[in-house]
Design a protein around this ligand. Structure first.
Ligand SMILES: Nc1ncnc2c1ncn2[C@@H]1O[C@H](COP(=O)(O)OP(=O)(O)OP(=O)(O)O)[C@@H](O)[C@H]1O
Length: 732
């Protein structure tokens, strides 16, 4: 062919400095582009063979060789694909590819934020100039009679083309590296980058050092025709084999059929685990995985692993690697993968993705949204399916996966809808219940429960027999025994007791609704509709309340994770009639002895009197003081903290700036409940002016506080000193 010197048809003065500067942050991407071109060329040649237009040699094996040469400061990409004729180089490299690169630059040169470009697809061949001062192409086309072509360009707008010397069909691209990026011709660096981008490309990729003197030793029977023997190693003992020292073989760096490309039925558990270890370098076994495999309406394959998350010690950071036809694009592209799934580890391969567009365009791409929705749906299907058919396994994983699922519910409405019935709640007995199971009504009779606790005297027990009979009948209909109580049902139950006369702890007949006005009944109706799920946030701190609940055969669920508060708030917002209440938020009727209206009035009056004394002694005006007749006579005092106030306080704490005074919000909604059934409280009621009343009041308050939260340091010192004083009294 005639030598040719030409001008590259572009308007820009020189696009290469722009390419170099602009793609600076991930300029290793040229590896991916040049290897991809080689892969494409091999695929094309195989297709020509299949179509009968070309005949591949018997022993043909498509492969890409990458050769580093630190001395010459070059990098070579050699493929045995279709190759190019001079005309094709003219068309594809001088015109199309160049104009492609120019368009690309023109489109994005004003975007200062490099992050806006996904993977820089579309830059192709010219990405070589990001790192090379000069690039050569040596190619021989598959076409019969084609002459080899040599093309070179030194990074300006001019190129030279002449007949080349390449003797085999295929292409060699040689990069003469810029002094700033010589690291790329270091074998180790090259391996790292190739592994990053090309680990799963569909053609074998070999790395070697040009003219290397490195050697390796092999058994004689392993020798290949391509090996260069440096030395024969004679066996020392007769029974040993003959060995050869050979020039180090090129190293195969990729896996051409990654696990996600196989059908799930063909993959073994060990293969999934092996793949996980290799790709994510995580030697902890994942909990389980989902193999995505779909061809319609779009092509998507992948494997998502649920890693074992230890929330207390590690921050959760997943990795989802995105591939396009086995070519790595990037990690964690949130436009394609729903954000909450970023906690997982996995690979997604979607050849249909439009990757040469900006991220903002991806966000608005309906197709990308569909992919994202599909992934979400698949994950929800897998989880709900597991909950339905492998409940035991699901329960086993629950503690690990629950923060992830709850986070998903908070972030994604559709996921939330699908998962709501498969969220598990661990109850006080360590059993896992679904939300519907939690809400199943357990018509508990407080008195029967109290009997079991052994804290009710015989009189009370007998008096409530009527209600118990009813309870037994109901219980038989309630599946699984102990359920979380339906607020409002307790009172109704007692009153419904088929005309039975219900008597309070003092022997007074309760009016059982006869005297109640219509308004009260309406309120009951309202209450009935609202289902309360009690919860515990700290099993140790709320231990006293847990004991009370257990004694009363009431249940609660354990919600100790940070994410639980926003999660339950969302559940409440989305499910009218469901209310979550911390175990110490209020005194439920279950714990109160039944009283008639007269006693209630008396207690109110007593509360007012004792309240004054208490407030004065404790120097707290905000505190609410109630006097109740608790069935458990061992409890003298307890604190409740209204759910709303507590949530508000928690929120304020969470958002408070350092140093912000929280005092204004402190303890609002706090109620001190004094048990009129306890002799100490009775003593205070009867002896408001008594000698030790102050001390008793303070002690009652501190004891109540202690069961609810740790004491502040100052309060603790006072408590200890006072307790000593009280013990001194015992010595007298
Ligand atoms: N190793 C190669 N063997 C044969 N043809 C090649 C080779 N490298 C490049 N080409 C030809 O040059 C053209 C332009 O390459 P370039 O990498 O710039 O863009 P592309 O591969 O078409 O698309 P992309 O921008 O997605 O990489 C290719 O389409 C191909 O026809």
């Amino acid at each position: 062919m005639a030598e040719k010197h030409g001008n590259l048809s572009i308007n820009s003065e020189n696009i290469f400095p722009i390419i170099k500067k602009w793609l600076y942050s991930d300029h290793d991407i040229f590896f991916r582009e040049l290897v991809s071109n080689g892969c494409d060329a091999i695929t094309k040649l195989k297709k020509l063979d299949m179509m009968g237009e070309y005949s591949l040699p018997e022993d043909y094996k498509g492969k890409i060789q990458i050769m580093v040469n630190p001395e010459a400061k070059t990098l070579k990409f050699i493929d045995n694909g279709v190759g190019m004729t001079a005309d094709e180089v003219e068309e594809y490299i001088n015109q199309i590819a160049f104009s492609g690169a120019t368009d690309f630059i023109a489109k994005y040169k004003d975007k200062t934020n490099e992050d806006q470009i996904i993977g820089h697809f579309g830059l192709g061949f010219y990405s070589a100039f990001m790192v090379a001062d000069e690039v050569h192409i040596d190619s021989l086309s598959w076409q019969e009679g084609a002459a080899p072509v040599h093309w070179e360009c030194d990074g300006g707008t001019e190129f030279d083309m002449r007949e080349g010397e390449r003797a085999e069909v295929g292409t060699t691209v040689t990069l003469f590296l810029n002094e700033d990026v010589l690291e790329f011709c270091n074998e180790y660096k090259a391996r790292e980058v190739i592994k990053k981008y090309c680990s799963f490309m569909p053609t074998e990729i070999y790395l070697s050092k040009e003219n290397t003197t490195d050697t390796q030793t092999i058994d004689a029977d392993e020798k290949l025709d391509t090996d260069t023997v440096v030395e024969e190693i004679k066996p020392e003992k007769e029974e040993d084999k003959l060995r050869y020292k050979i020039v180090k073989r090129p190293e195969l760096l990729n896996e051409t059929t990654p696990l996600w490309m196989k059908h799930p039925n063909e993959c073994t558990r060990e293969e999934y685990l092996e793949f996980y270890r290799k790709v994510f370098m995580d030697y902890k076994e994942p909990l389980f995985w989902i193999h995505l495999n779909m061809d319609y309406p779009f092509n998507l394959k992948g494997i998502l692993y649920f890693p074992k998350i230890n929330m207390e010690y590690e921050s959760i950071e997943g990795v989802i690697k995105l591939y396009n036809n086995q070519v790595f694009i990037a990690d964690n592209i949130k436009e394609v993968i729903p954000e909450f799934l970023m906690l997982l580890k996995g690979v997604i391969d979607c050849p249909d993705l439009p990757l040469n567009v900006s991220r903002s365009a991806l966000q608005n791409d309906g197709f990308v949204k569909k992919i994202s929705d599909y992934i979400t749906k698949k994950v929800a299907d897998k989880l709900s399916g597991m909950c339905k058919t492998e409940k035991e396994e699901y329960e086993k994983y629950w503690d690990d996966i629950s923060p992830f699922i709850k986070y998903g519910c908070l972030r994604d409405d559709k996921f939330c809808e699908k998962m709501t019935d498969y969220i598990l709640f661990k109850n006080l007995d360590g059993k896992y219940l679904t939300l519907p199971e939690c809400l199943e009504v357990k018509k508990t009779d407080p008195d029967e429960a109290e009997d079991t606790a052994g804290d009710v005297d015989a009189k009370e027990s007998k008096e409530n027999d009527a209600a118990q009979g009813h309870e037994a009948k109901e219980d038989a209909q309630t599946e699984g025994g102990q359920k979380i109580e339906n607020a409002g049902s307790v009172e109704d139950e007692a009153e419904d007791a088929a005309g039975a006369e219900v008597v309070d702890a003092d022997g007074n007949v309760i009016s059982a609704g006869a005297g109640d006005d219509a308004e009260e009944e309406e309120e009951d109706e309202e209450e009935k509709k609202e289902k309360v799920i009690y919860y515990v946030t700290d099993e140790k701190q709320q231990g006293q309340y847990i004991s009370m609940f257990k004694a009363a055969k009431m249940d609660a669920v354990i919600l100790t994770h940070n994410i639980d508060q926003p999660f339950i708030s969302q559940l409440e917002a989305k499910n009218e009639g469901i209310k979550f209440q911390r175990i110490d938020a209020d005194l439920t009727d279950t714990f109160r002895a039944k009283t008639n209206k007269k006693t209630a009035k008396e207690l109110e009056a007593a509360a007012e009197a004792i309240g004054k004394v208490m407030k004065k002694v404790l120097k707290k005006d905000k505190i609410t003081i109630k006097v109740e007749k608790l069935k458990n006579k061992k409890i003298s005092s307890m604190i409740t903290l209204s759910e709303e106030s507590r949530r508000m306080q928690d929120m304020m704490k969470m958002y408070s700036m350092p140093g912000m005074d929280m005092g204004g919000f402190g303890k609002e909604g706090e109620t001190l409940i004094l048990n009129a059934n306890h002799p100490l409280v009775q003593y205070v009621m009867d002896n408001a002016e008594g000698n030790n009343v102050n001390m008793i009041c303070e002690q009652l308050y501190d004891l109540a506080l202690l069961q609810h939260a740790p004491l502040e340091p100052e309060a603790m010192s006072k408590f200890v000193a006072r307790t000593n004083d009280i013990m001194m009294l015992l010595t007298k």
